[in-house]
Design a protein around this ligand. Structure first.
Ligand SMILES: C=CC1=C(C)c2cc3[nH]c(cc4nc(cc5[nH]c(cc1n2)c(C)c5CCC(=O)O)C(CCC(=O)O)=C4C)c(C)c3C=C
Ligand SMILES: [Fe+2]
Ligand SMILES: [Fe+2]
Length: 369
């Protein structure tokens, strides 16, 4: 056993300065930032999959159409997203767990608003990092989120000429410690909700994940499959007798067909079945507009309208101690391997040729090209 109270030994792997880079989507930090944030999002080739010459104009048009609903949502939160502050709290909490074992510092790289990857690459260099661990705050891999952030990071490093040994934690949807910590949060919320309901009223857990256009999944995005793996891993550990559950998808942001069932439809079904719902965000690990507004305000109204006999929400992980410990476990495992790692197979390392590991698959495709 390591004595964690001892400082890292000079010259050991643990004395190397490791930058843990947390990826998230980012959110506007003022009302004026909403428009450019949306333009950045909708002109990302990972999001808007049209020929390059069409993307800037079409992306701006879609962003303009989204501006009003997005502005209304952020107005409820005081005109800004809380995502950066909450991610900073997660970063500090993760550092506090890692620092007794290794010389680690957590940085944040957001995809569509500050701090952008370019800013973070500079900060990582200035700190004198000798090694990098990329840790997306998305348990499930999607080409639209983790994939886009990895490409953005690599491009920022290329431009800045930063070439450090780097490990990418491409996905951790079934990591046992993550699933256990999530199950504990769901269990607590379940008991709180049960205590407020009459004994004869059923309670259904709705695992609500961010949706995706169906065409993206059809083209091989593993996100939906990985969401299902997370739900299975959490349910295995719930230890609540007779708890029924369903998976649904929220936040449709474009007119195309998105994967379903939608969270609205799942709430309507609960209304018909006369069961209360406990909505559990399963693809976000911190609070932001899609939990605080969409789940807490909009879908609550939908549930009332649909005659659902009770509406409750599981809080996201934020800085929950067991959740942060699970992230620390991922970093500990990943360090120094310089490879792409994923937790889904239990082996931590993406198995060679494994079609469900998106990062390994992308690397293989690059090698073959
Ligand atoms: C085509 C559009 C979108 C896809 C695909 C998409 C995927 C996706 N997004 C998240 C997580 C977050 N999304 C957030 C905001 C947000 N997302 C979209 C659109 C798509 N997302 C928009 C237009 C917005 C802006 C807000 C709005 O207009 O409603 C956020 C941040 C929210 C905040 O408070 O700042 C997160 C986080 C995931 C996990 C995902 C696919 C797997
Ligand atoms: Fe989104
Ligand atoms: Fe993987």
């Amino acid at each position: 056993m390591n004595d964690l109270s001892l400082p890292p030994r000079p010259g050991s792997q643990n004395s190397r300065k490791v930058a843990v880079v947390l990826f998230n989507l980012g959110g506007p930090d003022s009302p004026a930032a909403i428009k450019p944030f949306l333009v950045n999002l909708f002109t990302d080739p990972a999001i808007l999959r049209v020929p390059g010459f069409l993307r800037p104009a079409l992306g701006r048009l879609i962003a303009a159409r989204r501006l009003k609903p997005a502005t209304e949502n952020y107005a409820i939160l005081g005109g800004r997203s809380p995502l950066l502050e909450l991610t900073e709290e997660q970063a500090r909490a993760l550092e506090a767990v890692l620092q007794p074992e290794m010389e680690a510092r957590c940085f944040i790289a957001m995809r569509y608003w500050h701090p952008f990857a370019e800013e973070t690459v500079r900060a990582v260099r200035e700190w004198g990092a000798e090694e990098v661990v990329l840790l997306p705050l998305y348990p499930q891999f999607s080409t639209t989120t983790t994939g886009s952030s990895i490409d953005d990071w690599n491009e920022a490093c290329r431009k800045a000429g930063l070439a450090l040994p780097t490990t990418t934690l491409c996905c951790w949807h079934s990591d046992p410690a993550f699933a256990e910590s999530t199950a504990a949060i769901v269990r607590r919320a379940w008991h709180e909700a049960r205590a407020k309901l009459p004994a004869e009223t059923g309670l259904r857990i709705l695992f609500s994940a961010h949706g995706l256009p169906e065409s993206i999944v059809r083209h091989g995005d593993p996100y939906q499959w990985q969401v299902e793996r997370t739900v299975a891993a959490v349910c295995e550990r719930l230890r609540i007798e007779g708890a029924e559950h369903a998976i649904c998808y929220q936040s449709r942001a474009t007119p195309q067909k998105w994967i379903g069932p939608s969270t609205e439809d799942a709430i309507a079904a609960a209304g018909r079945d006369k069961v209360a719902v406990l909505v559990c965000p399963i693809a976000f690990v911190s609070e932001h507009s899609e939990t605080l507004v969409e789940l807490d305000v909009e879908y609550r109204e939908v549930a009332e309208k649909d005659g659902v006999p009770g509406y409750f929400r599981v809080p996201t992980q934020n800085t929950d101690g067991d959740f942060i410990a699970s992230l620390a476990g991922l970093v500990r495992h990943a360090r120094g391997s310089g490879r792409s790692l994923c937790s889904w197979a239990g082996g931590r390392q993406c198995p060679k040729g494994q079609r469900d590991c998106p990062h390994a698959r992308a690397q293989e495709a690059k090698r073959a090209a």
